[in-house]
Design a protein around this ligand. Structure first.
Ligand code: 6PG
Length: 256
């Protein structure tokens, strides 16, 4: 399990990283066209995700290929703050404003976390079990699962030095917020993340450079750098790293 078994897409800017992201997503949609029904994708939150979603919405608008149909993808969330759906801190609201509404995605293909319900984590796990077909490991297998990464190495709402990193069989858990990351949350567990066919990390910002290097080297523990719970020997991992977030990586062929 080394960095080399993951793929690193390093670009000088977020725009250039978004361009490659869209090209790969278009490729997956083209490959999936024979399959029945929309491709399930799990979204995340954060400012990097926001930038990627705006570029993603343009793919539908510019109709760069026939695959960009509103019914091509079905949307879930790998983590959500337990706030109302129209709260400014809602990851659902972020995606609705930047991607889902601009791309006119049908409501039937949008499965937000029911944060207004009791036991939202258990309810969401039930919905995912019901709708997302299981993969070889017997857990729901998202074709593409999108994650961000914080400067502390957190991903989804798996924060450093917390017990939620325990490798248990639950698919979705409630996570306590932290002083830096307010609100209690609902998050996918490592078991569900690693059951995905592909995990795509979207990472930007100079403050991430140390955590990016730690993920590249894979020597720290997942308790220190939770993004390390995503295991390239279990799922196909691609790190889209933009700009200064890649500043500490070893020299590589010049990023475009
Ligand atoms: C959340 C996000 C979180 C985010 C990272 C990166 O709900 O807080 O899902 O995991 O993806 O914090 O966010 P930035 O890209 O804004 O640094």
């Amino acid at each position: 399990m080394t960095a080399s078994s993951a793929e690193w897409v390093i670009r000088n800017s977020v725009d250039a990283a978004v361009e490659e992201f869209c090209a790969r997503l278009e490729q997956r949609l083209t490959q999936a066209r024979a399959a029945a029904g929309p491709l399930a994708v799990a979204l995340t939150g954060g400012s990097t995700a926001r930038a990627f979603y705006s570029g993603w919405a343009a793919c539908y608008r510019d109709r760069r290929s026939a695959v960009w149909q509103p019914q091509a993808l079905e949307f879930y969330w790998s983590d959500e703050r337990i706030v109302p759906a129209d709260d400014p801190d809602s990851n659902y609201r972020l995606a609705r404003e930047t991607l889902l509404e601009p791309a006119a995605i049908p409501a039937a293909l949008i499965h937000r976390v029911p944060t207004e319900q009791p036991e939202p984590a258990a309810r969401y796990a039930d919905l995912i079990r019901e709708r997302v077909p299981a993969g070889a490991v017997g857990r729901p297998q998202f074709p593409i699962l999108i994650l961000g990464m914080g400067a502390d190495g957190h991903t989804a709402s798996l924060f450093p030095h917390t017990d939620i990193l325990l490798q248990d069989q639950a698919l979705v858990r409630r996570a306590a917020g932290t002083p830096d990351h307010p609100h209690d949350r609902v998050t996918f567990t490592p078991a569900l993340l690693n059951a995905a066919r592909e995990v795509w990390f979207l990472i930007s910002g100079a403050t991430k450079a140390d955590a990016v290097l730690a993920v590249y080297q894979r020597q720290a523990s997942a308790r220190q750098i939770p993004a390390l719970v995503v295991d390239p020997s279990q799922t196909a991992v691609t790190y889209f790293v933009a700009g200064d977030a890649a500043a500490r990586l070893p020299p590589r062929p010049s990023p475009r």
